[in-house]
Write a protein that binds this ligand. Structure first.
Ligand SMILES: Cc1cc2nc3c(=O)[nH]c(=O)nc-3n(C[C@H](O)[C@H](O)[C@H](O)COP(=O)(O)OP(=O)(O)OC[C@H]3O[C@@H](n4cnc5c(N)ncnc54)[C@H](O)[C@@H]3O)c2cc1C
Length: 343
């Protein structure tokens, strides 16, 4: 059994946190299997990234380099991954679950006659056989399973292993870096650039310590009989800017737009947390103007510490869903919190 860890450097030439986490999971896997592992890096100039992990304990470090590999493109990424798998005769292949690898892994597995699994959240070894953990049915059921097909390509989710402490391994013998030259197929896709929203427009931040959830109450009539959606939007955006938290929402609130009611324009279904939304993993969560119904709170199963602000002392949060419920007007509380954060 031989294992290959595949990664690509970020535009600044470094390896992302998710890549270093997947590397440490691979190191642990190879140690449990008592087999060597190799590293394969794909990018325009993966040399510095390869050097940065040269002491990770890999038996071989291989690179595929060149301008064609600077950006994600199916044809070139799949060709590079296939060549690295063949060059190392890998039976197990691990990658961080970046959009770049998630896109090509099934195709590479097909070319190699193997099998790919995505969203892997755990790797274990029993009696010399590797198994993976993976969630199904919107993270309601977790399965631990193995496959006999090889090569077995695994896209590892972020946060399932600590960042590889490669700096502590500098004293070990470092692996030489081998560059593989490819004859590429003709490519039709030209990558002309990369567009990302400004960081303050991006409200979903998986790395944030806090998940801030907005509920439909923000756009409902308040005690004075008025709807204050604009004020709500300003309070929420101020809080996100000051706290750098990640923005989640209830289904009711993101659905309101379709019903022609007052909406918060920066919310989309991507923000929805719950049974039919996402199940993020943040250390803390704060729900505001939200009732805390089961289809929503089921999405909080991985949130460590839960607090909620609701006018309703009898809401779902009060019935065992939150650690602390503040029965209060979220408009007043968040205005005060923002003022404190600003100072
Ligand atoms: C099959 C199915 C799947 C579903 N999937 C999801 C899902 O994935 N995610 C999800 O979120 N929901 C889901 N739902 C819907 C869910 O059951 C609830 O209807 C929804 O979560 C309620 O949203 P809410 O709490 O924002 O709104 P509401 O129930 O309207 O609650 C609003 C709350 O705001 C409070 N409030 C109002 N003004 C203030 C104020 N000034 N200060 C403080 N509090 C205030 C009110 O007291 C109230 O408790 C699903 C439902 C079904 C049937």
């Amino acid at each position: 059994m031989s294992t290959l860890f595949l990664a690509h450097p970020e535009p600044d030439g470094t390896l992302a946190k998710s890549a270093l986490e997947a590397l440490s999971a691979t190191i642990q896997l190879a140690a449990s299997l008592e087999t060597p592992f190799c590293v394969g890096l794909v990018g325009e100039n993966p040399g510095p990234a390869a050097n940065s992990i040269a002491g990770c304990g890999a038996a071989r470090i291989l690179t595929v380099s060149g301008a064609q590999f600077s950006q994600a493109r199916y044809a070139t990424d799949a060709a590079a991954a296939e060549a690295l798998c063949r060059a190392t005769a890998a039976t197990l292949v691990t990658t961080p679950a970046t959009s770049r690898w998630n896109r090509v892994l099934p195709g590479v597995a097909h070319r190699l006659g193997g099998h790919a699994d995505s969203h892997v959240t755990g790797l274990t070894v029993a009696a010399g056989q590797p198994s993976i953990s993976r969630w199904f049915y919107r993270q309601r059921m977790e399965a631990v399973f193995t496959r006999s097909t090889r090569p077995w390509l695994l896209a590892l989710e972020g946060g399932i292993a600590p960042v590889a402490a490669v700096s502590n391994r500098q004293a070990q013998v470092t692996a030489p870096i081998e560059n593989i030259t490819l004859t590429l197929p003709a490519t039709r896709t030209q990558v002309t650039g990369f567009e990302a929203p400004a960081s303050d427009q991006q409200t979903i931040r998986p790395d944030a310590d806090l998940l801030f959830v907005t509920g439909a109450g923000w756009t409902k009539k308040q005690a004075d009989g008025k709807v204050k959606a604009a004020e709500a939007g300003a309070l929420i955006l101020d809080f996100l800017r000051l706290s750098r938290s990640s923005l989640g929402s209830t289904k009711s609130l993101v659905d309101l737009g379709g019903e022609g009611q007052s909406v918060l324009p920066f919310l989309s279904h991507l923000n929805q947390i719950g049974q039919t939304g996402s199940t993020p993993r943040h250390a803390k969560g704060l729900a505001t103007c939200c009732h805390g119904e089961e289809p929503h709170t089921v999405g909080w199963r991985f949130i460590g510490e839960r607090r909620a602000i609701s006018m309703d002392a009898n809401c779902g949060w009060a019935r065992g869903k939150a650690d602390i419920l503040y029965v209060a007007d979220a408009f007043a509380v968040m205005a005060e919190v923002n003022a404190l954060l600003a100072t």
